[in-house]
Design a protein around this ligand. Structure first.
Ligand code: IPM
Ligand code: MN
Length: 352
């Protein structure tokens, strides 16, 4: 008996709906091929709905989303809505309320031609960033003092709990073990300056590492990490870091794997509902032009399948993306692929 999955789909803003359409096309094709069953329900959360109703994501929606096997998200962010409203009201609200405490971001180069780094090939760029996704600076703690005066002070707190840090680090060790590549886990932090937060991270990391004698551990400051992403990306296998640093280094990671057009991520609650998304954002400039690269969304669908336990289907999606990226596309950037958004989706479907 095959399992049946129910997937909540939030196409969202900008190019979100265009790339999600292609992802759903691939999902349908791979389900026919490998035999898993699923249904989808579309939700219209995003900028347009907010502009019409003033509502971002009602609490009732959170309760509803909890009933799904997974969430498939396009992009959140609208040029007519002040920055922050939709991001915190929708994206971060889902991450936090569903306790998706891991943001998993694979950095994998599929075709050396699309790498901006000289002489780096797919064997050099293949690592995964485990980003803490529920705490740190993203917690939104802080205050203004004497707002609007010359003496104004703005305080933004990085809030790290032992439990929050530990569950993230444990996940990273387990992930590294299961990935079974070079079995090396790097903690990326800033122990030399941020002496409270990173002291907790470092102590926890060292403690947990004792339970994983087969995994080599390493530490890198975040600034040095960005340098090594460019200079020696082959040094990395799995990296674990906090929310803010993870946000920053994974944009750089996306560029060395070929660009935002191919970068996907998963917001994971290992015991609950997880959400998968292309990490590139809503790209208003390209909206409605059928030029955006849908491969990141297609890779996100692949990650979703892997997370649901459909490993064969996930592998089939990834192998096909590799084929399309190595044999067909001229570039991974919007408008330069040599194909339209829909044609790239069709190519993946045809080559599955
Ligand atoms: C990301 C995005 C989000 C983040 C924004 C849109 C809130 O940049 O998923 O990396 O900062 O986490
Ligand atoms: Mn980001």
């Amino acid at each position: 008996m095959n399992k049946k999955y129910n997937i909540a789909v939030i196409p969202g803003d900008g190019t979100g709906p265009e790339v999600i359409r292609e992802g759903l096309k691939v999902l349908e094709a791979v389900s026919e091929k490998t035999g898993f069953k699923y249904s989808t329900q579309i939700f219209d959360f995003g900028g347009e709905r907010y502009l019409k109703t003033g509502e971002t994501l009602p609490d009732s929606a959170i309760e509803e989303l909890k009933k799904f096997s997974a969430i498939y998200l396009g992009a959140i962010g609208h040029p007519d809505v002040k920055p922050g409203i939709l991001e915190t009201g929708i994206l971060l609200k889902i991450r936090f309320s569903l306790d998706q405490y891991i943001n998993l971001r694979p950095v994998k180069l599929y075709n050396a031609e699309f790498c901006p780094l000289k002489d780096k090939t797919p064997k050099d760029i293949d690592f995964v960033v485990v980003r803490e996704n529920s705490e740190g600076l993203y917690k939104g703690m802080g205050e203004f003092q004497k707002k609007g005066t010359n003496d104004e002070v703005a305080i933004q707190i990085s809030h790290n709990t032992r439990k929050g840090v530990e569950r993230c680090i444990r996940y990273a060790f387990e992930y590294c073990k299961k990935r079974n590549k070079s079995k090396k886990l790097t903690l990326c932090g800033k122990t030399n300056v941020l002496t409270y937060a990173w002291n907790l991270w470092e102590r926890t990391f060292n403690e947990i590492s004792k339970e994983y004698s087969d995994i080599t551990t390493d530490y890198a400051h975040v600034d040095a990490t960005t340098m090594w992403f460019v200079k020696n990306p082959e040094w990395f296998d799995v990296i674990v870091t906090d929310n803010m640093f993870g946000d920053i280094i994974t944009d750089l990671g996306a560029m060395i794997q070929g660009g935002m057009g191919i970068a996907a991520g998963g917001n994971i609650n290992p015991n609950g509902v997880s959400m998968f998304e292309p990490i590139g954002g809503s790209a208003p400039k390209y909206t409605g032009k059928n030029v955006i690269n849908p491969l990141a969304a297609i890779c996100a669908a692949g990650m979703m399948l892997e997370n649901l336990g459909e490993e064969k289907a996930a592998k089939s999606v990834e192998d096909t993306v590799i084929k399309v990226v190595t044999e067909k596309l001229k570039s991974l950037s919007a408008g330069k692929m040599g194909y339209s958004t829909t044609e790239v989706g069709d190519l993946v479907v045809k080559n599955l």
